[in-house]
Structures are given as structure tokens and as C-alpha cells.
Design a protein around this ligand. Structure first.
Ligand code: BGC
Length: 749
């Protein structure tokens, strides 16, 4: 018998201790209990366990109860309310023949009632501990309503900000996303799965979903195996290593085979290579959608292909329940496939302690929107905001400021600031920037005129009032952005500019000559080149959740210095996509000297050597802001890069350190980043790869030596045939973002 995966770290660390023996005994006793149940279960009951039901599927609440009583359902999603959950669990436990509890799942993606910033915003904190705590809080709140499984973390890497679901993930980088994936899983699952506040995590969407063509959601993906293994799969491996109990398959087809029946993903990688011991669930309807993909003839064929690939549970459709019996009779699927799936599901229910206690205590709900939770949400939102520009030190607002104008469609938009994938957040509990600034500065100093009612508003009637407010004050703060519904699932955009008449209003506000601060609250990195030029300061605050307002007020007034860093490259316009920092150098890399801006080309220029480098005539070759970028109200100086040696062997490691000094006049956090470049490889290698980061607090005038250990193993990559560390010369940088830093070099022998 294999030990369940999530116990492995314990086994490695302390196999001789009592805890290890206990762990083994527990796992063994689960297997025995599962054997016992399986021996008594009918085929129908087994199929029931493999079916996850949305109440809408059942037709009526009574029919749903009936299904549970009959053992036709192993899990519910979108079923909520503490009393409702307790009642349906009671039916499962007391009135169904096998007394098997239900697994209640829900999308708790970035908070339950206390809503945290969208995951992309959380990624901008570069603070796994803070993020872990946010997910712990979400789990505590959600479990108090009977939810014991969340479809999070969403860890799809993407290079495409047109894709609406960029909001839900951790951005473009596999290293940062892996660190956050592990933190999220740990937060969701807590210290012990059978603690009543633990939820099973679900790493999704496995895999490649973020590479949908042109960012159109659900679209085809073609991803080479090196990109799969060096980029896309990395965070999933980290989630599995952190003990994630479940994996959700993706909607997309990957290199011609839908992820929901993709044996490369589910068998080769997940099972054979990673030895995943948890449960695999399809995405909503992704089994029958394989017919639309043109991969399956009908629902029976779809069910067969998903089961054969290893999808244990079907979400929200009934191709399993309608077809498994016949598929077994025909020998297309085997009894052992069904048994394996059911065992995975039952094991999870045992691990979560559901057989012993499937109910929720009413007192548990006292935790919802607890003060400490809100305080944490404020802190996460503050650390997630990225200061992109601050000319003339417009920010922070001077202490004695007498008047500001608050303008823009996002200044007082309680639902929008909660962001996408937010089923349970309550807009009436959102504290908006307008409210928070009034609290902070006193209502008399804040002159509010939205100018535009919502982000897509094209009407200019409100401009006059906005300009009037702007002309009366010392500083204009414009809250730009997107409504929540413009990002998230199915909400992809072809252009990623500020919607509606926002840019026009910004132009007019800039023309007043007053200092203009732009705060952007959006679900994706928008292309804001012109607006950034027009504004004196730009703070990118994403959709920051329940406490976005107070967090933004803390930043604007200088109570907190901005410390977020971009988890994605910001492009100048959608035509620059894809643009990610770990791109390849190409045979003709561009430079300032080689770029010929489109307007500099003489009319009727002859065919000549203008450029011939890898750039766009209009955009050039650099992004608007690079990955890792973010300013502070203080300055940090990087000096003194030191490497512990000039070379390492392929099993060795190296320490790389630098001194970072806060040379400004306020205490602040800095995220110190370590990048490498493998100069020559058996396949071409990226120009830079993040290999480490540390968020440090430096008091004004303080300096610290920041040290990273870089193992040769960290330099391994998949070259199309194998994963290996190749000897050769490497560059290394320690710096404040991916475009700059102190440079050194070393050799791997
Ligand atoms: C999404 C998943 C989500 C599921 C259940 C699907 O449409 O792709 O991410 O977990 O619905 O709500």
C-alpha cells in the first residue's frame, strides 16, 4: 500500500518517530475502511460517488435530497447555507444506505466573505506568507458554512492579458507562481486536513488553459513540451508537493487532445512522474465538451475517455452516471478503473474527517468578517498595489493637504473592487476608496465627482462636474479601471485599454495642470501608456477586495509605502502580446540603436538596413513596465554583488549576495530579486529567469546583506528529451526587477 502523498514530508523528516507510526496507521485504517465500504457498495453507489451535482441539475430541492438518499451523488457544488449543508449531510449520513458524507465544494478563489485582492493582485505582493494567511482565513470562513473543498488555487500561467482569467492566476512566471501555489495550498488545507477548518485544495486548470489562442477563453492551446515542463507545469508540481488533495482538468485541448482526456497530463505526468495520490475532477461540463472539441463521438465516448485518462469525478454533468454501466458491460472501462476513482474520492473524505464529523457548528460562523480578517485583507491589498510612476514625488499626498478631487468610475464601486470569481463577497461590506479617503482626510477635504458612472461609460455629461472639482483642489486622484465583469471566466478582451471615455477624461484632467494621480483598479494589466504619460503618479491597485479602499488610502497618504511588484509584464498595447520577460534572445535582438520608430522612417525609404531586428516599428522592443517592477516612496540602492565562488559542479550550490540600502527617508519593504541566464543550452534558453526573491523591511538609512542560495539543481530545465543541468556559463543578477540589477557570472562544470 502506498502512503498518501500528503504524509510524505512527515515520513521523510521523522520516520522513526511516533508521529510517523501514527500517520501510517491512520492511512492504513483509511484503506481498510475504504475496502469495507467498497465491498458493500453497489455499482450505482460507486457511480454516485463519481458524480458532482449542481443543485440545478437535480431539478428541485426534493429531487436533490432524493438523489443523496439514493447514493447518486458524491459531491455538491454551489450548494450553501449552514443549515442546508447540515441537513443534506444528515440525509447522506443517516438516510443513505452507505452513510457516506458528501463533499461540499465551492469556488472560494480569493476570499469568502472577507474578500482579498484578486489572485493576480495577491501575486503582486510577492509575499507567500501573507498570501498563505489570506487563504487560511478564506478556509476558516468558508468551512464555517460547511464548505470543505475549494476549487483553488488557480495557477495557470499566462502570457496574455487579453485572457480574462489572468485575474485569477499568479501571472507569467513559474518560479513566483510556484512559491505562491504552495503557500495557497498550505493556507487552504491548514496544518491538518481533518481539522474542521481545513478545505481540500484543488490546483487548476490542469493544464495549459492560460495559453488559449489570442486570449479567447476556452480556446485551443499548442504548447511545446519544454514550455509545458519549464513553465506551465511548474506551479502544479509545487501544489502537488505542498500536498494539494485534488486537481481539476482544464477546458482546453492541448496539442490536439482535450485536457480532460489527456493521458500525457493525467497519466504520464500526474500519476507516473509525480505519483499524485489525490483526486482528479473535471471542470464544469468539460467531459461532454469533448464532443464539441471533435475528440469524442458522443457522451458515452466522452465518459469513457475521461475515465480511462483518470478523471475520478465529473463536475456538473451526467455523462458518467448515464454511461458507466454500459461502458463496463462493453469492456471499454474496467471495474478497477471505477474502483480506483471511488477509492480516491472516499480517501479524501476520510482525510477530511467527514465520516466522523460532516456537520457545522453554528458558532463556527462567528469568524465571518472578523476584525482580524478585515485587517489582514487591508494589509494584503496594500502590499498588492504597485507604484508604477511617481514624478516629482506627487505621492504620498502631503500631510497638510487641504483638498483633493476624487474622480473616476472606480472610486466608489463596491462590487467592482471585489473583482471576479467572487460568489460570496458582500458589496455592502466593501469599503471604497472614496469612503476611506473621506475617513482619512475628513469629508470636507474630498471633492467627489465620478465623471463617469461605470468603466465602460462613454457619456461625457459628467465631465463638467469632474473638471469643476478638479479645478478647486490641490491634487486630483482619478480612479480608473475596469468593472469586475470585464475580467474572469469568459470575459476576454481584444483591446486591453481603459474602457469607455476614461482616457478622454484623463486628458482633460491632465490639461488642468493640477497634479494628477491615477489609481487603476482592474482585473488585468491594462495597456495604459498614454494615461501613464499624462498622470504624474500611477498606482496599480487591481481589484483589491473588501478593504481596497482603506489600503489605497493608507498608500496615498503615506501611512504605508507601496511595495508591490508586477507579477506580469505590462505591454504598451495589445499588439505587443505575448510579451514576457523570460523570452528568448532571438538571432537579432533589438537595441535602442537598432529600433527605428515608425515616424522616423523617411517617406519612400528604399529597401535598406532599417533595423532588421526583433521589434515593432510602433511599440519598439521594450514593454511599458517590466516584470518585477514597482517603486516605493523611498529609494533602495543595490551594491556589492558577491558570489561564493566562480564555479560549481552539477551537484553543488552557490551563494549570491548583495547589499541593499534604504537611502530614502522612510521605512519600507523591498522585494529583492535574483535572476539567472544560461548563456548556451542544448535548446535556446531565456534571457532571464527568476530563481529567488526576498521581501525585506528596511528602516530609513538601514542596509542589509541579502543572500540567496542557488543550487545547480535550480538551473535544470527540460530540453525536449530530458530534464538536466547543463554545464556552461551563467549570468546572475540581483536587482529590483527583471530589467536591471547587479551582474555577476559563474560556471557550472
Ligand atoms: C471554472 C472553474 C470552476 C468551476 C466551478 C468552471 O466554469 O472553469 O474554474 O471551479 O466552473 O464553478
Amino acid at each position: 500500500m502506498k502512503m498518501p502523498f500528503y504524509f510524505l514530508p512527515v515520513a521523510f523528516l521523522a520516520c522513526t518517530t511516533l508521529s510517523c507510526v501514527r500517520t501510517e496507521n491512520k492511512a492504513e485504517s483509511y484503506e481498510k475502511k475504504i475496502d469495507k465500504l467498497m465491498a458493500e457498495m453497489t455499482l450505482e453507489e460507486k457511480i454516485g460517488q463519481m458524480s458532482q451535482i449542481d443543485p440545478g441539475m437535480a431539478g428541485s430541492p426534493e429531487r436533490l435530497k432524493e438523489m443523496v438518499r439514493e447514493g447518486r451523488c458524491g459531491s455538491l457544488l454551489n450548494f450553501f447555507g449552514m443549515e442546508e449543508v447540515n441537513e443534506i449531510q444528515r440525509i447522506a449520513m443517516e438516510e443513505s444506505r452507505m452513510h457516506i458524507p458528501l463533499l461540499i465544494g465551492r469556488d472560494v478563489i480569493h476570499g469568502y466573505k472577507t474578500v482579498f485582492p484578486i489572485p493576480l493582485g495577491m501575486a503582486a505582493t510577492w509575499n507567500p506568507d501573507l498570501v498563505k494567511k489570506a487563504f487560511r482565513i478564506s478556509a476558516v470562513e468558508a468551512s464555517s458554512m460547511g464548505i470543505r473543498w475549494t476549487f483553488a488555487p488557480m495557477i495557470d500561467i499566462t502570457w496574455d492579458p487579453r485572457w480574462g482569467r489572468i485575474a485569477e492566476g499568479c501571472g507569467e512566471d513559474p518560479f513566483l507562481a510556484s512559491a505562491l501555489a504552495a503557500a495557497m495550498v498550505e493556507g487552504i488545507q491548514g496544518d491538518s486536513l481533518n481539522d474542521p477548518t481545513a478545505l481540500a485544495a484543488c490546483a487548476k486548470h490542469f493544464a495549459g488553459y492560460g495559453f488559449a489562442e489570442a486570449g479567447r477563453d476556452y480556446n485551443t492551446t499548442y504548447i511545446t513540451e519544454p514550455v509545458m515542463r519549464n513553465v506551465v507545469l511548474k506551479p502544479f508540481k509545487a501544489a502537488v508537493d505542498a500536498g494539494a488533495q485534488t486537481i481539476m482538468t482544464a477546458f482546453n485541448d492541448l496539442n490536439g487532445v482535450p485536457a480532460t482526456a489527456n493521458e500525457f497530463l493525467l497519466k504520464k505526468v500526474l500519476n507516473d512522474e509525480w505519483n499524485f495520490q489525490g483526486m482528479v475532477v473535471s471542470d464544469w461540463g468539460s467531459v461532454p465538451e469533448m464532443i464539441n472539441h471533435g475528440y469524442c463521438r458522443d457522451e458515452k465516448d466522452a465518459a469513457a475517455k475521461a475515465i480511462r485518462a483518470g478523471v475520478d469525478m465529473e463536475m456538473a454533468t451526467n455523462t458518467y452516471s448515464a454511461n458507466i454501466e454500459q461502458l463496463l458491460e462493453e469492456g471499454v472501462v474496467t471495474e478497477s478503473m471505477i474502483n480506483d476513482a471511488v477509492r480516491d474520492i472516499l480517501r479524501l473524505k476520510f482525510r477530511l474527517g467527514l465520516f466522523d464529523n460532516p456537520y457545522v457548528r453554528p458558532e463556527a460562523q462567528k469568524v465571518i468578517l472578523d476584525e482580524a480578517h478585515l485587517e489582514h485583507a487591508r494589509q494584503v491589498a496594500a502590499q498588492s498595489a504597485v507604484l508604477l510612476k511617481n514624478s516629482g514625488q506627487v505621492l504620498p499626498l502631503p500631510a497638510g493637504i487641504k483638498s483633493i478631487a476624487v474622480i473616476g468610475p472606480l472610486a466608489d464601486a463596491p462590487r467592482d473592487q471585489l473583482g471576479t470569481w467572487c460568489f460570496d463577497g458582500d458589496p455592502s461590506r466593501s469599503v471604497t476608496p472614496l469612503e476611506a479617503l473621506k475617513n482619512e482626510l475628513g469629508p470636507g477635504r474630498v471633492h467627489y465627482a465620478a465623471g463617469l458612472e461605470y468603466s465602460r461609460d462613454k457619456r461625457t455629461e459628467g465631465f463638467a462636474a469632474a473638471l469643476k472639482a478638479a479645478n478647486r483642489v490641490e491634487v486630483i486622484v482619478f480612479f480608473a479601471g475596469e468593472e469586475w465583469i470585464l475580467s474572469g471566466e469568459g470575459q476576454s478582451r481584444g483591446e486591453i485599454s481603459l474602457p469607455g471615455a476614461q482616457t478622454e477624461l484623463i486628458r482633460r484632467l491632465a490639461a488642468t495642470g493640477k497634479p494628477l494621480v491615477m489609481v487603476v483598479m482592474a482585473g488585468r494589466p491594462l495597456a495604459i501608456e498614454e494615461e501613464t504619460r499624462l498622470a504624474d503618479a500611477v498606482l496599480y491597485a487591481w481589484h483589491g477586495g473588501t478593504m481596497a479602499g482603506p489600503a489605497i488610502a493608507d498608500l496615498l497618504t503615506g501611512k504605508v509605502s507601496p511595495s508591490g511588484k508586477l507579477p506580469v509584464t505590462f505591454v504598451k498595447g495589445a499588439g505587443q502580446i505575448p510579451f514576457y520577460y523570460y523570452r528568448k534572445n532571438t538571432g537579432r535582438p533589438a537595441s535602442d540603436e537598432s529600433w527605428t520608430p515608425i515616424d522616423s522612417i523617411p517617406v519612400e525609404n528604399p529597401q535598406s538596413s532599417l533595423g532588421y531586428r526583433s521589434f515593432h516599428l510602433d511599440y519598439g522592443y521594450t514593454p511599458l513596465f517590466p516584470f518585477g517592477y514597482g517603486l516605493s516612496y523611498t529609494q533602495f540602492e543595490y551594491t556589492n554583488l558577491e558570489l561564493s565562488g566562480a564555479s560549481i559542479d552539477r551537484n553543488g550550490s552557490l551563494t549570491v549576495r548583495a547589499t541593499v540600502e534604504n537611502t530614502g527617508d522612510r521605512d519600507a519593504h523591498e522585494v529583492v530579486q535574483l535572476y539567472v541566464r544560461d548563456r548556451v543550452g542544448s535548446i535556446t534558453r531565456p534571457v532571464k529567469e527568476l530563481k529567488g526573491f526576498q521581501r525585506i523591511l528596511l528602516k530609513k538609512g538601514e542596509k542589509a546583506v541579502v543572500e540567496f542560495t542557488l543550487g545547480a539543481a535550480d538551473l535544470a530545465f527540460f530540453n525536449g528529451k530530458e530534464t538536466l543541468v547543463e554545464p556552461g556559463e551563467f549570468d546572475v543578477w540581483i536587482g529590483p526587477d527583471s530589467s536591471q540589477g547587479l551582474h555577476g557570472e559563474f560556471i557550472v562544470q
